[in-house]
Design a protein around this ligand. Structure first.
Ligand code: NAP
Length: 342
């Protein structure tokens, strides 16, 4: 079986480290792993399979020099904009975790459980985009329900962990909590977010747009339509919460047909990489603390609306660094490799 040279750009970031972990846990046909980051980190090491790998500096020529065939980018949109074309030029396929290429009509935006067939479009640009973390876990649950009940509208409120904004944002929550216990919270640095995140919730993720929604909220609207190949009315309220890891979403779905909660549970139980955790009698439902380090999306609180027979409510939780980024990227790589062999 052919083995691949894989580069991870942003290898010592929150997502990059997770990409290395996921790759080490699965049977990926890897020939060589090339960890890349900025000159600040070149020469430092990252762990892969109990080995310490030395980080190399990201340059325009490194993909050629290392004979990279698959490049997984998680180093920010600007870095992807500048360096992904060099990776493609050297013959690699780029799987990009940033938002930079997501809405480019020539770039497939892929959640393997939802639209794996779109991976075949990679040849147009050499790039496959990974959706936003909040979108991935949501569409994984929407797709199987849409197939049966015909989804027309989604209303979602998110509860997003600090790790969604990178390592420094996780550290900021920890530092603010430490400051709180030292009675110095008002002196703690507020930098990663525009408000204090400790003991708070912030109903703003990314910048506000003229229509009153934030960029993060509009990402959920536009990406859902692109991935599902369907115009779905969607409103999102994206909220940052003082959780380190694991995004949660309260979702209300409106269908074209009458919907039944029991049937929805059965459909979701059979859906790929979805785990239904839903037993009110035992007070069982998904929570971020239980999803950390896992590759599944958890769905619970599945219930019919009290007033409309075509509406359903559910609660969706997943590890944003894995399902929302690293695992999805690696699953795309796995599918890509599989398609190359066909
Ligand atoms: N966190 C999430 O849940 C999530 C989910 C989906 C997508 N994403 C996206 O993934 C990207 C990375 O996010 P993250 O959370 O992993 O951030 P992070 O923890 O801040 O890590 C950033 C990584 O990028 C590298 N980097 C920064 N500037 C660079 C440059 N000029 N050249 C080469 N490498 C550079 C950093 O290396 P140095 O140490 O050398 O600076 C580090 O390895 C972002 O675009 C983010 O939007 C994040």
């Amino acid at each position: 079986m052919k083995r691949y040279n894989v580069a991870v750009v942003g290898a010592n970031g929150a997502v990059g480290e997770e990409v290395l972990r996921v790759l080490s846990e699965i049977d990926f046909p890897l020939a060589k792993l090339v960890p890349l980051a900025s000159s600040r980190s070149a020469g430092k090491t990252v762990e892969y399979n109990d080995e310490q790998l030395t980080i190399k500096e990201l340059t325009h020529t490194v993909f050629d020099e290392e004979d990279v065939e698959i490049a997984i980018f998680s180093a920010g949109g600007g870095v992807s904009a500048e360096f992904a074309p060099s990776a493609v030029k050297s013959g690699a396929v780029v799987i990009d975790n940033t938002s930079h290429f997501r809405m480019d009509p020539d770039v497939p935006l892929v959640v393997p459980e939802v639209n794996p067939e779109d991976i075949a479009l990679w040849e147009k640009t050499g790039i496959i985009a990974n959706p936003n973390c909040s979108t991935i876990q949501m569409v994984q649950a929407l797709k199987p329900l849409d197939e049966v009940f015909d989804l027309v509208r989604v209303d979602v409120a998110t509860y997003q962990a600090t790790s969604g904004a990178g390592k420094s944002a996780m550290e900021e929550l920890v530092h603010q909590m430490q400051a709180f216990f030292a009675f110095k919270l008002d002196e703690a640095e507020v930098k990663a977010f525009n408000q204090q995140i400790a003991l708070n919730v912030i109903p703003q993720i990314d910048k506000f747009q003229d229509n009153g929604f934030t960029k993060e909220e509009l990402k959920m609207v536009n990406e859902t339509t692109k991935i599902m190949h369907k115009e779905i009315a969607l409103s999102a309220t994206c909220v940052r919460v003082p959780v380190l890891r694991g995004h949660s979403e309260a979702v209300t779905l409106t269908f074209d047909s009458e919907v039944n909660a029991q049937e929805a549970k059965e459909i979701l139980s059979k859906a790929p990489n979805i785990v239904v955790v839903d037993d009110p009698s035992q007070e069982l439902y998904p929570m971020p603390k239980d999803c950390v380090d896992t590759n599944e999306t958890y769905v619970g609180r599945i219930r019919e609306d009290l007033f409309a027979n075509n509406m359903l409510h559910l609660f969706i939780v997943a590890d944003n660094l894995r399902v929302g980024a690293a695992t999805n990227a690696v699953r795309i790589a796995q599918k890509f490799v599989q398609m190359q062999g066909e």
